[in-house]
Design a protein around this ligand. Structure first.
Ligand code: SAH
Ligand code: SF4
Length: 422
């Protein structure tokens, strides 16, 4: 009996790979304050001799400079004394993640290749961060890990090793960096920029005010965010802080491949919108496409979605479904999909597969995607295929991998999928 059990196990784990990080983050001797939470800032101020009774006020002031005004150097922080500014500059920097390359395409999509420090100091790592402007919003796609813990078979990142988790500062730092590059900070002579909810309520051209360029964030770049829970929670906490970067939690979406035990936690402790990479309607196929399914099968995953804290018709979960030719794209699959998620306030985001060198799948034919989406639409879910010509299809950026080539038209289309989440 016990023999059979031990024999059965390796067969499963051989096919299922949950990678361990190869490296840890090593903080530089003079760290950057960018991405710090209020608590961490207070602690750091304590460390350089700011008395406890002053810390709250100083944190408030620095917070404003960091996350409303985008200060890049301590001298700009004119509400602080010269002495404090000098002491801060002695111990800290305001460095952002390094940009190794920046690509701007004709439609305004921008891709930054970020260089993050490696454990050995001389071996930096790269992750990508992408900005996708649209008529009514600007979506920033950010990464949570260098590489990924998991091994989804259709995903380029899945083929990489998991180098390390990003820190909370590196996660929030991606938003800071995008605001820098887009000149999206509140200027001294500005009225406060309207926050993203006001923007949504008032519509586009409201009163000629300047709009936030980064209005939405999706955690759909490299990595599985729920395997880097604490840093993602803390980093997004900084991004959502209403007196700082100020992105409403309704405009932040976290995409997971289905780390079931952390889904409820994400709802309670992070409170952002949830997207789930479903991709298959049977355990048999999902085990192959998303090997994590062997650990957390469909019934458990769907249960976690159904019980996601705060779920309602106004706050739906997005199910992502990558269209793989001949694999998961039959019309029977489409019907099974709508049956499977019945009763869950949901949106469905069909993602045309974006091939990569060596990938074993093909993208479904366009006609098939349309038929599939019609079934989804008829079942009452907004059809993700938005233009009759069908060229404005939207895909995800899960295929991000650090290679610095020009943004292809296909990739641009692919990247636009993230804007589909709300
Ligand atoms: N790790 C998380 C978030 C990053 S991936 C997750 O898996 O949800 C963001 C989305 O892009 C996911 O739905 C992912 O399955 C999808 N994706 C990955 N590789 C893709 C590819 N080559 N083509 C299309 N979508 C892909
Ligand atoms: Fe990781 Fe998501 Fe890619 Fe799967 S799809 S390997 S979870 S990044």
């Amino acid at each position: 009996m016990s023999n059979a059990a031990t024999e059965a196990e390796p067969a499963v784990s051989a096919a299922f790979v949950e990678k361990r990080p190869l490296e840890r983050y090593v903080a530089p001797a003079k760290p950057s304050l960018v991405g710090y939470s209020r608590a961490r800032l207070a602690e750091s101020l304590g460390g350089i001799g700011v008395p406890e009774r002053q810390q709250r006020m100083r944190v408030q002031q620095i917070w404003h400079w960091l996350y409303v005004r985008g200060a890049q150097n301590f001298d700009e922080m004119t509400t602080l004394s010269k002495e404090l500014r000098a002491t801060l500059a002695q111990h800290f920097t305001l460095a952002r993640p390094d940009i190794a390359a920046e690509q701007i395409s004709v439609d305004g999509t921008r891709k930054w290749l970020l260089r993050l420090p490696g454990e050995a100091g001389d071996r930096p790592h790269e992750v990508e961060c992408v900005y996708i402007p649209e008529a009514d919003r600007g979506t920033l796609c950010i990464s949570s890990q260098v590489g990924c813990t998991l091994t989804c078979t259709f995903c380029h990142t899945g083929t990489q090793r998991l180098v390390r988790n990003l820190t909370a500062e590196e996660i929030a730092g991606q938003v800071v960096l995008a605001r820098d590059r887009l000149n999206d900070w509140t200027r001294a002579d500005d009225e406060p920029l309207r926050n993203s909810d006001a923007q949504a309520a008032e519509g586009d051209a409201a009163k000629g005010e300047r709009r936030r360029l980064v209005s939405n964030v999706v955690m759909m770049g490299m990595g599985e965010p729920l395997y880097n829970f604490d840093a993602v929670r803390d980093g997004l906490g900084v991004v959502a802080d209403g007196e700082g970067l100020s992105l409403s939690k309704r405009r932040i979406t976290l995409s997971t491949s289905g780390v079931v035990p952390n889904i409820a936690r994400a709802g309670h402790e992070i409170g952002v919108m949830l997207a789930v990479s479903l991709h298959a309607v049977t355990d048999e196929l999902r085990n192959e496409l998303v090997p994590l399914n062997r650990k957390y099968p469909l019934v458990e995953l769907l249960d976690a979605c159904r019980n996601y804290p705060g779920l309602s018709n106004a706050r739906r979960v997005t199910f992502e479904y990558v269209m793989l030719k001949g694999i998961n794209d039959s019309l029977a699959d489409a019907r099974a999909l709508v049956r499977l998620i019945k009763g869950i306030p949901a949106k469905i985001n069909l993602i045309p597969f974006n091939p990569w060198p060596g990938s074993r799948y093909e993208c479904s034919d366009w006609a098939q995607i349309e038929k599939f989406s019609e079934i989804v639409f008829d079942a009452g879910y907004a059809s993700p295929v938005r233009t009759p010509r069908g060229r404005d299809i939207l895909a995800a950026c899960g295929q991000l991998k650090s290679a610095s080539e020009k943004l292809s038209a296909r990739e641009r289309l692919a990247l636009r999928a993230m804007a589909m989440t709300d």
